[in-house]
Write a protein that binds this ligand. Structure first.
Ligand SMILES: Nc1ncnc2c1ncn2[C@@H]1O[C@H](COP(=O)(O)OP(=O)(O)OP(=O)(O)O)[C@@H](O)[C@H]1O
Ligand SMILES: [Mg+2]
Length: 191
């Protein structure tokens, strides 16, 4: 993802301002549980997060608040909330996506942080495992790619405009013999 896109996202009139006080404080994450690595191009960081019952991940914005204490957290929350709304609508309409929970303030390294609790807005959702499409091969991969097209078609019929990276191998996960779509940051709706 390119940095200019963040500015687009923040300035987009589609994004409603989210007040941090409105967000529930729940869950915690540890950097060691990072799933998508710390490579330069990553737009978001995705970590598995603790929860007693379910296996969940949290998606956090890397460029704004993840590393710095400079408060851009409201913008982060607004962008993540925009994604959550799309994500949830897809889920409710039976497009195969990770089950979304909501945007929460997630506590970073609660038990290790000597400076007390630090919270970051995170989009919390079902953990679909680690089989992104780049990890598949042969016929399974071919089948998975066909399944992506079916899910994208369903989304388009609902009035969404998927971002052009939707067929990228990191934007869908093979889970229980099915393909699940993730990553709706830059999706739009038809006017
Ligand atoms: N629900 C999930 N379950 C398991 N892994 C996930 C889930 N959501 C995201 N991931 C992992 O995190 C990665 C990045 O997620 P996503 O595509 O939503 O963010 P991104 O902004 O594109 O980040 P990046 O720039 O790193 O690709 C995915 O490729 C996948 O490995
Ligand atoms: Mg992605």
């Amino acid at each position: 993802m390119r940095i200019e896109n963040i500015t687009f996202a923040i300035e987009s009139s589609l994004i409603k301002k989210v007040l941090l006080e409105e967000l529930e404080k729940k869950y915690c994450f540890k950097e060691k549980n990072l799933i998508n690595g710390d490579f330069g191009g990553a737009f978001n960081k995705v970590c598995s997060i603790s929860d007693n019952k379910n296996s969940l991940v949290g998606k956090f914005m890397r460029i704004n608040s993840y590393h710095s204490k400079i408060s851009k957290k409201s913008e982060d929350a607004s962008i993540l909330n925009y994604e959550y709304e799309i994500h949830n609508e897809l889920y409710e309409n039976d497009v195969r996506v990770a089950k979304p929970e909501n945007v929460f303030l997630v506590n970073k390294e609660r038990f290790l942080n000597p400076f007390g609790k630090i919270y970051f807005p995170g989009l919390v959702m079902q953990d679909l495992g680690r089989l992104t499409l780049d990890k598949l091969g042969g016929n399974v991969k071919k089948k998975a790619q066909e399944m992506i097209d079916i899910e994208l078609k369903k989304a388009i019929e609902l009035g969404f405009i998927p971002f052009h990276d939707s067929r990228n191998e990191g934007n869908s996960i093979w889970f229980e013999e099915q393909v699940y779509l993730i990553d709706f940051t830059f999706w739009k709706r038809k006017k």
